[in-house]
Write a protein that binds this ligand. Structure first.
Ligand code: DUC
Ligand code: ZN
Ligand code: ZN
Length: 487
């Protein structure tokens, strides 16, 4: 019997820190050796001329999730995970989303029932907390954190989801106490609804006005406010889907001042602009997401942020609503911008777009690409070193990239359940030839090789971050003031 199950020979291995020539030996789903002349294997893959990278982690995607408007995403856990895998992603982190009045426990149970029989790659769940009541804060969340759901998203906008600053403090304080991480959708809801009402009463209803109603200042104000709430009580926080320069600046300043603040951005903020929302008729609806894509200067600021340490995580925020009556046009053939479900797809093209435009054009090193698309998310969300790297003992989650493969992105070649891609016609160079999850070949020869339901749930451990009173706002420091712990 051969020593290894699988041997990837002759490729260039890249991690977040190093690139080196090595063979990768895999047994029982794990990487067991790196080096040369390692021994025999049941199956050998010749990776000469190819990059052997950790499979991507998509740390923000909406799969088989009902929106706050009650609309189900086009992708379920089968099409979503298949699509992710074809683009080189081997772990996804979608959401178990609470709508007001629902039990979080129940939502988590139902999300498992959806994912378990369908997912073809591994997955962990963030929670969405829209109703931080006594039961949720006192019992459900602490228990769920212990059970492996160690991150949750909260919203500062959307009528049905938004929480107040006071509720945000409750959530942040709980996350701090229990070793969890709060993810924040930062946009000022009053600014958005005030502008929206004014636009609609004046008859400005076309998709392009979605971008007008979600100005940059709504995002930067909310981002700064969220960061200041985190600063008040020294709670870790990650600002999701940052689209523009001022919010990015607020994150970088907070990080430079020593706060545990993280930033995430997405392909739509590098490759789309508000001009796309002006396309004819309801074509513009395809690009309505929140925050909206901005302009060329904002794109440059986002590229800078990927390079200068503002952003640790590059996710898709895949939120798939077809541009038809089942999705974006559910309110009718000509809805106002305020009736169009927010979101763009991007699971499958996230990595090829960043590889082509980032690594291929010299904006990012291969190691930075790996960090932004896999390793950092694994570290921040408690999956490392099992996921996000190529090391002895790690899961054999690997994407074997052909850096010369030129492809023209088109919806017909993608594997999601969508009827469009915002990136139709865009040329990219570089795409994975073979994708491996826990040692199983998932994609090869442009064909899916695994069964439905063969992905596994990933339980995570709460962080062991130390609570240091001196890091609180001075007024709240018990040692300096009054001897009692308010948190
Ligand atoms: N905005 C969100 O907040 N979530 C999903 C998609 C979007 O555009
Ligand atoms: Zn969001
Ligand atoms: Zn989202």
């Amino acid at each position: 019997m051969a020593e290894f199950d699988l041997l990837i020979k002759g490729g260039t291995v890249a991690t977040a820190s190093d690139s080196f020539r090595a063979d990768v030996a895999i047994r029982d789903g794990r990487i067991v050796a790196l080096g040369s002349s390692l021994g025999g294997a049941e199956r050998e893959i010749d990776a000469t001329g190819l990059f052997v990278l950790p499979g991507g982690i998509d740390a923000h995607c909406h799969i088989e999730q009902e929106s706050s408007m009650g609309l189900m995403t086009a992708d379920d856990f089968y099409s979503g995970t298949v699509s992710a895998a074809f683009g080189g992603t081997t772990t996804i982190m979608p959401f178990a989303a609470q709508h007001r009045g629902q039990s979080l426990r129940q939502v988590v149970k139902e999300t498992h029932e959806k994912a378990g029989p369908k997912a073809v790659i591994d997955y962990a769940f963030h929670l969405i907390v829209s109703d931080p009541n006594e039961q949720v804060l006192g019992q459900e969340l602490p228990g769920l954190i212990l059970d492996g759901y160690t991150s949750f998203k909260v919203y500062m906008t959307y009528e049905a989801l938004k929480i107040s600053d006071r509720q945000m403090l409750e959530v942040l304080a709980l996350a701090r106490r229990h070793g969890a991480l709060t993810m924040v959708h930062a946009e000022n809801d009053d600014v958005i609804s005030w502008i929206t009402d004014r636009l609609l009463t004046r008859g400005y209803t076309a998709p392009q006005f979605h971008a007008v109603s979600h100005p940059r200042i709504a995002e930067s104000e909310a981002s700064r406010r969220a960061i200041d709430l985190a600063r008040l009580i020294d709670a870790p926080m990650l600002i999701v889907h940052v689209s523009e320069a001022e919010a990015a600046r607020a994150i970088l300043e907070a990080r430079n001042s020593g706060l545990e603040i993280y930033g995430e951005t997405c392909p739509q903020y590098l490759f789309l602009t508000a001009e796309d929302l002006k396309r004819d008729g309801m074509e513009g609806a395809k690009f309505c997401c929140s925050p909206p894509p901005r302009d060329a200067a904002a794109q440059e600021a986002i590229w800078r942020g990927l390079k200068n340490g503002t952003f640790q995580v590059f996710s898709s925020d895949h939120a798939p609503y077809r541009n038809d009556e089942t999705g974006k046009l559910i309110a009718g053939p000509k809805p106002s911008f305020a009736q169009i479900s927010n979101g763009v797809p991007g699971l499958e093209v996230r990595l090829p777009l960043l590889f082509s435009e980032g690594v291929g054009k010299g904006r990012l090193s291969l190691n930075e690409f790996v960090a932004l698309t896999a390793t950092n998310a694994a570290k921040i969300y408690g999956l490392h070193p099992r996921k996000g790297t190529i090391a002895v003992g790690s899961d054999a989650d690997i994407a074997i990239w052909d850096p010369t493969w030129r492809r023209t992105i088109s919806q017909v070649m993608l594997h999601d359940a969508m009827d469009y891609t915002p990136y139709e016609g865009r040329q990219v160079t570089g795409w994975p030839r073979i994708v491996i999850s826990r040692g199983r070949i998932v994609v090869e020869e442009e064909t899916l090789q695994v069964e439905r339901g063969s992905g596994a749930f990933l339980e995570r451990r709460p962080s062991e971050r130390k609570l240091v009173a001196a890091r609180l706002a001075p007024e709240l420091d018990p040692d300096r003031n009054f001897g009692a712990d308010l948190l």
